[in-house]
Design a binder for this molecule. Sequence first.
Ligand SMILES: *Cc1c(COP(=O)(O)O)cnc(C)c1O
Length: 381
Amino acid sequence: MPRVTVENRAATVSGAWDFEVELRSDPATTEARTAVLDKPGFGQAFTDHMVLASWTSDLGWHDQKVTAYAPLRVSPAAAVLHYAQEIFEGLKVFRHEDGSVWAFRPEVNAARFSRSAQRLALPEVPQEDFVAALRALVTVDEVWVPPAGSGETSLYLRPYMIATEAALSVRPAREVLFGVIASPAGPYFNTGPKPVSIWLSTTSIRATPGGTGAAKCGGNYAASLAALAEAVANGCDQVVYLDAVERRWIEESGSMNVFFVYSDGRIVTPELSGSILEGVTRASVLELAEDLGHKVEERRISADEWRDGVRSGDITEAFASGTAAVITPIGRLAWAEGDLTIGDHSVDHGVGPVTASLRASLLDLQYGRVPDPRGWLTRLA
Ligand SMILES: *Cc1c(COP(=O)(O)O)cnc(C)c1O
């Protein structure tokens, strides 16, 4: 991979926001970094630097910088710690064969971050500055992007925003911090995608009409953990939630959107109801599925249609989509009174052919192995 000196890389950082670059004096040694890149895991190890930017109601955004990755100092009275005024994003960057580094649809994450900010009464980050922040960090920490040809590896970026104002009154905070951290990510499944089992929760609800389900905020995740524990206690890996009103319609999993493949090749995913998180992977799968000749439907689908379809053979595959695991086959559905196996588990470790081909087309695009006619990739380094 092309090597650039740290000084050169620092000098190339640009964007509408002006990032001051404070390079750390004690970056990880080559050995330590190589050890991480050889076996990255997910969300365990972080790169040498991070992005920070401050916002106050008086000054707006200021103090944008790339600085040493380190613990934050926040007041114990910071609003985020008490009232969960927080949002985040997650996206991956990929190294291509020629050494270049690309983000997948970062402008879509930027737009979603703005919508999440509005819902949580946080200030918006201008969308080009959001992308500039990602570029600033990736430019400085480029050596942390796993090499091309090392399998499904990437650098996972985690932008976030927290209310830092020390004030216990309940109102939108007047002091806020925006940050980006980066973590090398290995293949989510070490030995190829493995079907997960899903617990259909009939007691917990993830999101309600008018609630925060369509925003990517930490509170949604906090509220999902008890149901996840229930799923694990019932031998499952993930939860799928039903709608809050009729408790009948499939919404999504705690961190992934869901899809169903029918025997005639149709692909169905729950329509965005206002309480479903609009996944970048979901939107991309819908377009790629059409390229592959599938008819796609965004509509309501009930838990009964899922169960009946699996029993009759009308539904042949199910999968979940999200940045971290890309596309995850769903092999089993369980609920309080029963369970069902989905698809033909004798084929290719239980990964159905449609799931496998969608997964391959998305990965081929992300790693630059096929043309990118829609311009979904943005070069960062
Ligand atoms: C992040 C997330 C997803 C997946 O979104 P991607 O943009 O595809 O990563 C799905 N559901 C929920 C609840 C999420 O938070």
